[in-house]
Design a protein around this ligand. Structure first.
Ligand code: BTN
Length: 338
């Protein structure tokens, strides 16, 4: 039985800023018109803009600026999605919540969305600042049951699909910086933290934690942060409907996962990588064990390794870690020659 608020929100969203009659809503929900009015008052308290006009009904004039469980459900329902999702106001980390749910045997796939995180985790043991409720903190849990060797490209695949979503659906410029940072104008927009539990020969659990800076006001950030990070609202010059972005993210990630496990990701991954590669043609510094390698980035190979062309023309592969960017000039990273 769908929640009353979800039914109301779906009707208001479908009306597309037009009025929906109170009588119609009352009939659909099997409640009185006063009951409908009371629900709409509650939605106003949650941050929805609702205009009410006698004899015309109600229309939606604004959405809450942070994640609202019923609104995400309404958007998912309207898009025909059946994906199970858990909403939390505050968690330590949505990845940790997803881990607990997997350990309790919850059916996959499912998503965990939170308004804020108190211990958001980033890659390489870093912290992910997560107190701004205008941003998205989401984790997606799967049980792939595939050999680890078949999973090597999945995080890169997710990255390019997210990049495509931002470029094509949101019409905002974003690029992928190997291995899976999504950047715009060289500043970080979105990060992916993939965590897997591997049995002897199978990937048992897989969690994708995705943080997207959606509506953060970068003008209030400390200079060091503003120099390296940005938000969708900053690059687009207008706030986005975060609940719609959340529902679309659920769909993009679940669809990308299904396609990956069905083996349907090549050649598309390489086409998208070439289209959105933030490093292409730049001189970067990476590492292989203790060895430092400097070369010009030439895309990825069939295992997701970063290809670097060295000064002598040879190609080296970087398997893991991070790279730093120099200028277009290889010499900027190399010791000066006499
Ligand atoms: C990175 O370092 O680039 C990865 C950042 C991933 C952050 C997200 S926010 C939702 C999920 N929960 C976490 O604790 N981390 C990920």
């Amino acid at each position: 039985m769908p929640d009353t608020d979800v039914v109301i929100l779906k009707a208001l969203l479908q009306a597309n800023s037009n009025f929906v009659s109170g009588n119609l809503l009352a009939g659909e929900l099997g409640i009185s018109r006063v009951g409908v009015w009371a629900r709409l008052e509650k939605l106003r308290e949650e941050g929805f803009g609702v205009e009410a006009i006698r004899h015309r009904g109600y229309r939606l004039t604004g959405e809450p600026p942070s994640i609202n469980e019923n609104l995400v459900r309404a958007y998912l329902d309207l898009g025909g999605s059946k994906t199970d999702f858990i909403f939390r106001r505050e968690v330590e980390s949505t990845n940790t919540e997803a881990e607990k749910e997997l350990a309790d045997g919850r059916k996959t796939p499912f998503a965990v969305l939170a308004q804020r995180q108190t211990k958001g985790r980033g890659r390489m043991g870093r912290q992910w600042h997560s107190m701004d409720e205008g941003n998205l903190y989401a984790s997606f849990a799967f049980r792939p049951q595939l050999p680890p060797a078949q999973m090597t490209m999945i995080t890169l695949w997710m990255g390019v699909q997210l990049c495509r979503y931002i470029n094509e659906r949101l019409s905002l410029p974003a690029q992928i910086k190997w291995p899976n940072d999504i950047v715009s104008g060289g500043k970080k927009l979105c990060g992916i933290l993939a965590e897997a539990r591997i049995d002897s020969d199978r990937t048992r659990d897989l969690i994708f934690g995705i943080g997207i800076n959606v509506n953060s006001d970068c003008t209030g950030w400390p200079a060091e942060t503003a120099a390296v990070a940005t938000s969708l609202a900053s690059i687009g010059g207008r706030p986005l409907r975060i609940n719609l972005v959340a529902a679309e993210l659920v769909e993009v990630v679940c669809r990308a996962y299904e396609r990956y496990v069905a083996g349907d990701y090549a050649p598309e991954i390489f086409e998208l990588w070439n289209r959105y590669d933030a490093l292409a043609g730049l001189v970067v510094r990476g590492s292989k064990g203790r060895e430092e390698i400097v070369g010009t980035a030439k895309g990825i190979d069939e295992h997701g390794n970063l290809l670097l062309a060295l000064e002598d023309g040879s190609i080296r592969r970087i398997q893991a870690g991070e790279v730093s960017i120099g200028t277009k000039n290889l010499a900027s990273f190399l010791p000066a020659k006499n």
